[in-house]
Structure formats: C-alpha cells, structure tokens
Design a protein around this ligand. Structure first.
Ligand code: NAD
Ligand code: DAU
Length: 359
C-alpha cells in the first residue's frame, strides 16, 4: 500500500494510472480536488478496489494521521501542490498555504506514523517497517532559478535561487523535507523535475493551452519574445523516474529528472501548430501559426531552465522512453481524441460532479 497525495492532478493521476497498470499494490489517493484535481481522469479506476480516492488536504493533520494509521502505507509520494506560476503571481497565498504549511503538516503527520512503525518485520511479511518506509517529495527544477544561455544545466548541487512565489514555495518545501531527514531521520527522497507534458494536463499550461486555443480558433498567447527555454519531459517518463527513485534511491538524496530536451517556447508553439496542421487542418486551409500573438511578458519570467539528469541515469539506470518528437505527437493526438475531458475542465463541469460526489 502506498499513499499518493495530489493524485487527481496532472502528474499524480498519470502516476496512479501507471502504478496500477504495472502492479497490484493498492493506492490511497489523498487530493483536495482543487480546480486542478479532476477525478474524471481516474474514471477507468472506478470500482477498482486497489484505488481509494479521499478528498482532503495534506495540511489536515487529523485526517492524514487517521489515513496513515488505517491503511499503513509503506511509502508516501507527495505530488500535492499549487503548481501554476502565473496563478502564484496573481495570488501567492494558496501557494504558501499548501506548498509550505501543507508540506510541513504532512511531514509532521508522517513523522508521527513512521516513528511508531516496527524496526523490523520479524515474520518476513510485507507490512511497513521503520527501515523500509519512504517519503518521496516531488519537486521542480524551478527551485534552481534561471540560467543564462551558455550556463551548464542544473545539477543537484546547484544553488537554490527561486524567483517566483511558486518556485519559492516549492524550494521552501524541499528545505523542510531535507531538514526532517537530517533532524529526525525521516527516510526521504526528493526529485526535481523539468517541465512535463502529456495527457490530462490542465489547459492553463503552455502546451495544452496552445492545443486547445488553436482548435477553438483563439489567439495563441506567447509571453515576451518567446525565446525563453524550458527542458521538456513526457509525463510518463517522469512517473517512471519517480518509481525508480522510490525503489532504489539513496535516503536523503535529491535526484534531478529531465529529458535533455531544451526548447524555446516559440519553437514549442510552432511544433504544436505544425502537428495540428497535419492532424486536424483548419477549415479555411490556413496554418494554425497565424493565431500566434505576442503578449506582455510574465513578471520575473525565468529565461532558461536545463536539467542535468546524469545522477539518476548513472546511479539508478533511468532513461526516458519518449523523445520530444514522439511525446508531443502523442500529446496532440490525445487532446484531439479527448474533447470531452477538455470541455469538462474548461467549463468547470467536473467541479459540479465533484461537489455531488464528495459533498
Ligand atoms: P496539478 O496542479 O495538475 O495537480 C496538483 C494536485 O494537487 C491537484 O489534483 C490538486 O487538487 C491537489 N492539491 C492541491 N492542493 C492540495 C492540498 N492542500 N491537499 C491535497 N491535494 C492538493 O500539478 P502537477 O503539474 O500534476 O504537479 C504535481 C507536482 O509535481 C507538484 O508538486 C509540482 O510542483 C511538481 N512538478 C510539476 C511539474 C510540471 O511540469 N507540471 C514539473 C516538476 C514538478
Ligand atoms: O519547470 C517545471 C515547472 O514547469 C513546474 O514546476 C510547474 O508546476 C509547471 O507549471 C511548469 O512551469 P512553467 O512556468 O515553466 O510552465 P508554463 O506551462 O506555465 O509555461 C511554460 C513557458 O511558456 C513559460 O516560459 C511561460 C510560457 N507561456 C506560458 C503560458 C501559459 C507562454 O508564453 N504563454 C502562455 O500562455
């Protein structure tokens, strides 16, 4: 049994779906079901006794302690967070609350549970023990700040220099996780990953927003000069990295996760447009790139991220399965094949369903 937090969001849900496709080990999925948490993504698991979705906050110590005591997980994988940089600029409060205070409360609940686990499992069974327990914290490359054009990629020892309220809150949570290991001995692992893309990505983020706006005949808003660089990783490759770190990562260590796929934003947008031209041409025969509109830049916009994932590759033998070309094609196709999912998240219709289900 593992406890996943934020498992109704983009990466968490992909992780839960992949986990249960590959193993019968049950998952307790604790998610607050904010605007970004959509249980529809997990619809294929309805009636599957290996998956239990619980609506709740990682910061709710009573609830989390009760879940830990009841289900006795051997690991906690913490995806839960406010994740969108633009939202953090307009309203940082929720980011402080969930990403910092929430992580602190979660760590305290987990510490209370872990401290009372037996040291060893004498009957050789699968019950969790103090030694085998793991807390894996899912974090971001944004904690390292911004790179100049020719700077080497971020390694695990790069300075922590977050620039947005989002990245500062994630950096704070990473520090708390580190401190709970050094001070209390909690068996933690941290992963810092680059930009993910793939199915079930909320259409406020660059790639899904461009696909969805293009199909709706809307403008494709590119911030500033569009020359900002991100490293892109297909979400299922991030999930496989997390599984590998959970399985074999060294306690207290940080592992960078990335795809060696640095791309300028404008090139990403052109790639999406070209794929749509091929797969769903515009009715008027014009190219989707005609919809590109340069707009005011994001305040404090980080210029470049690049991830050096050699530690994870060399120590744990992880490798991404997708190239950017294969992953982006699958992603565009997924959005073309799933208009209902998109319509529901755009209209907020899934929120009504959540309210009925979890009232
Ligand atoms: P997301 O916004 O799609 O999903 C976040 C999920 O967390 C949602 O289901 C939401 O309901 C839930 N949640 C929010 N606050 C909560 C709370 N207080 N208690 C319980 N659940 C709560 O985010 P994502 O893109 O899937 O990111 C998941 C994690 O991965 C985050 O920690 C993020 O910082 C990290 N990360 C994301 C990326 C990326 O490119 N998306 C890259 C690296 C790291
Ligand atoms: O690097 C990992 C991070 O990637 C994660 O930690 C965050 O949770 C995730 O949201 C993502 O952050 P970014 O800010 O890089 O992602 P976003 O999709 O918001 O933007 C990607 C780039 O595209 C960024 O340089 C801003 C730009 N952009 C974004 C949007 C939404 C645009 O030019 N236009 C847009 O409309």
């Amino acid at each position: 049994m593992i406890l996943v937090t934020g498992g109704a969001g983009f990466i968490g849900a992909n992780f839960v779906l992949d986990w249960l496709a590959q193993s019968d080990e049950p998952v307790i999925n604790l998610d607050k079901l904010t605007y970004a948490g959509n249980p529809e993504t997990l619809q294929s698991l309805q009636g599957d006794t290996r998956h239990t979705l619980v609506q709740g906050d990682i910061g709710d110590v009573a609830l989390v302690s009760q879940l830990l005591a009841r289900y006795q997980p051997r690991a906690v994988v913490n995806f839960a967070a406010e994740s969108h940089v633009d939202r953090s600029i307009h309203g940082p409060g929720e980011f402080i609350q969930t990403n910092i205070v929430g992580t602190f409360n979660l760590l305290e609940s987990v510490r209370g549970y872990w401290q009372n686990l037996p040291q060893e499992n004498r009957d050789g069974g699968v019950a969790p023990t103090k030694n085998r327990f793991r807390f894996l914290h899912v974090s971001t490359d944004e904690v390292y700040g911004s790179l100049k054009k020719d700077d080497p990629a971020f390694t695990e020892t790069s300075h922590i220099e977050p620039n947005s309220p989002y990245s500062a809150s994630k950096a704070a949570s990473d520090h708390l996780v580190r401190a709970w290991h050094h001070t209390y001995g909690l068996p933690v692992l941290t992963t810092n990953c680059s930009n993910n893309y793939g199915p079930y990505h909320f259409p406020e983020k660059l790639i899904p927003l461009m696909i969805v706006n293009a199909l709706a005949g809307k403008a494709l808003p590119v911030y500033g000069d569009g020359q900002q660089i991100r490293d892109w990783l297909y979400v299922k490759d991030h999930c496989s990295a997390i599984r590998r770190v959970l399985e074999a990562g060294r306690l207290g260590e940080v592992y960078n996760v990335g795809g060696w796929n640095e791309k300028a934003n404008i090139d990403i947008v052109h790639t999406v447009c070209a794929l749509l031209d091929e797969l769903r041409p515009r009715a008027d025969g014009k190219p989707y790139k005609d919809q590109i509109t340069y707009v005011t830049d994001r305040p404090g916009h980080d210029r470049r991220y690049a991830i050096d994932a050699r530690k994870l590759e060399a120590e744990l033998g992880w490798k991404p399965a997708e190239t950017f070309e294969s992953g982006i094609r699958k992603t565009v196709q997924w959005y073309l094949d799933n208009p209902d999912w998109v319509a529901h998240v755009q209209s907020g219709a899934y929120r009504e369903w959540v309210q009925k289900q979890y009232a």
